[in-house]
Design a protein around this ligand. Structure first.
Ligand SMILES: Nc1ncnc2c1ncn2[C@@H]1O[C@H](COP(=O)(O)OP(=O)(O)O)[C@@H](O)[C@H]1O
Ligand SMILES: [Mg+2]
Length: 355
């Protein structure tokens, strides 16, 4: 439904968006995730029509949007800063787009009441923005953005200014709202857990390009490269080399260690290639080293008790360090620094990444 074809955007010397192609389906909750400065806001501004692409096309249902001014696009934007009119009440703020469209008074009243219920602000209609909390203001901004039922809602880090509890609550509300309205959301965040929690699909961006577009679980479990593995969640990344392959597995070696480790085969990866072995801390099992055991041996360096889980740092014989996360077990003493341990993980938890 929304299609970007090899879109680029330059600000002078800065290439903010670099030949980016993407299709977002109707009714999808799509999130652009990436570090600050990777071009997320620029991409939204291009879709909204506040910027013209330096190259490429943006299409809606096959129609090129380039000649359409922002106010005529069936697209609305919610920004991080609430951008409410301070001298208007909540109800008047929400009614504003309808007044601009010269809708009849009775309809405006009914629609405003409806939006207030959708964002759970019944009873706040006559308040001014200054008398609202940050979360309530952002709900008003969302209500105002959807009152005209745009085809696409663009949200640029709308929850970034809120504290964690409130953010989680509003995340749940945004999911509910998006599913019940069926409006296509293009959501921007630099917060990976927010992206994973909210979206049907996530597009991970780096330096103006899309690095990987996938469902949240696929992004987390099968990151395409080192950047994605590192940016999404915690991940151990160990320099490794492919020593051989057979039966749908790669056999990799870590420098200076006698053991070989198996990971699932990767299309196109060849024997002899250098890359990294990626394995997440929560997938590693830590057991006391037994006599004669094969496998990856390490020594506890330190340990952080984080409540529900504990984080261990383990050093391998070649000096490489791994983080291991384990559920905390009440009454069980944590292994002491220096304790020899055995590290293992299910085959599917390891990945060989070439860049
Ligand atoms: N108006 C502008 N003029 C010049 N450079 C800009 C402008 N807006 C953004 N940039 C640059 O473009 C790049 C992408 O910025 P932006 O789209 O805001 O990234 P993000 O939203 O991911 O943080 C950055 O290098 C930023 O400095
Ligand atoms: Mg931004």
């Amino acid at each position: 439904m929304l299609e970007l074809r090899s879109v680029s955007h330059r600000y002078g010397d800065v290439l903010a968006v670099d030949q980016l192609s993407l299709t977002v389906a109707s009714g999808e909750f799509f999130t652009l995730l990436g570090p600050s400065g990777c071009g997320k806001t620029t991409l939204l501004r291009l879709i909204a029509g506040f910027e013209r692409p330096s190259a490429g096309q943006i299409l809606l249902d096959g129609e090129d949007l380039s000649a359409m001014p922002p106010e005529r696009r069936p697209v609305h934007t919610v920004f991080q800063s609430y951008a409410l009119f301070p001298h208007l009440t909540v109800a008047e703020n929400i009614a504003f787009p309808l007044r601009m469209a010269r809708r009849p008074e009775a309809e405006i009243r009914e629609r405003v009441r409806e939006q207030l219920a959708l964002v759970r602000l019944e009873g706040m209609a006559e308040r001014y923005p200054a008398a609202l909390s940050g979360g309530q203001r952002q709900r008003v901004a969302v209500a105002r953005a959807i009152v005209n039922r745009p085809r696409i809602l663009l949200l640029d880090e709308p929850l970034a200014a809120l504290d964690l509890k409130l953010r989680e609550q509003l995340q749940l509300e945004l999911i509910r709202l998006q599913r019940s309205l069926g409006i296509t959301f293009v959501y921007v965040t630099h917060d990976q857990s927010e992206a994973l929690a909210l979206s049907h699909r996530v597009g991970v961006m780096n330096r103006g390009r899309l690095v990987q577009v996938d469902a949240p679980a696929a992004i987390y479990e099968r990151p395409r490269n080192r950047f994605v593995a590192d940016f999404i969640g915690q991940c151990n990344l160990l320099e490794a080399r492919v020593q051989g392959q057979a039966d749908g597995r790669l056999r990799v070696e870590l420098p200076g260690l006698p053991v070989l480790l198996d990971v699932p085969a990767e299309p196109g990866v060849e024997t002899g290639e250098q890359g990294v072995l990626a394995v997440r801390p929560e997938h590693i099992r830590l057991t006391p080293a037994g006599p004669g055991e094969q496998g990856l041996a390490g020594q506890i360096q330190g340990h952080l008790f984080l409540g529900a889980v504990s984080l261990y740092q383990v050093e391998l014989a070649n000096g490489m360090r791994l983080d291991v996360q384990a559920a905390s077990r009440p009454g069980e003493p944590a292994p002491e620094p220096g304790a020899p341990m055995q590290l293992s993980w299910p085959l599917q938890a390891g990945r060989f990444l070439r860049d």
